[in-house]
Design a protein around this ligand. Structure first.
Ligand code: FES
Length: 108
């Protein structure tokens, strides 16, 4: 089962283990009450409140950023960097059993 670690700006981290059926980083965070991941639009890539920073060692395991995700990443409250992704667009599962992401300082 996929294990995801969310690291807060304070350094506090939450590690959650989720079912293979959990579709995304955003859903894993919301289902486990992880602070700082809102997911306001429900995963439609329309709000950017699921913004996360992917740790560099996991970048190669992720799909390319779609045009819609790229446009929405320009709307994040916290600074967009080359590690930014929308948590709702990053799926977890057999292809990605473990990942560590940093939670931004602000989402809204
Ligand atoms: Fe809205 Fe990801 S939940 S963009």
């Amino acid at each position: 089962m996929p294990t995801i670690t969310f690291v807060q700006p304070t350094g506090h981290s939450d590690t959650v283990t989720v079912s293979e059926k959990t579709s995304s980083l955003m859903r894993a965070a919301v289902a486990n009450g992880v602070e700082g991941i809102v997911g306001e639009c429900g995963g439609q890539a329309m709000c950017a409140t699921c913004h996360v920073y992917i740790r560099p060692e996991f970048e190669d395991a992720l799909p390319e950023i779609s045009e819609d995700e790229d446009e929405m990443l320009d709307c994040t409250t916290a600074e967009r960097t080359n590690r930014s992704r929308l948590g709702c667009q990053v799926s977890v599962g057999a292809h990605l059993e473990t990942i560590i992401v940093d939670v931004p300082t602000d989402q809204v």
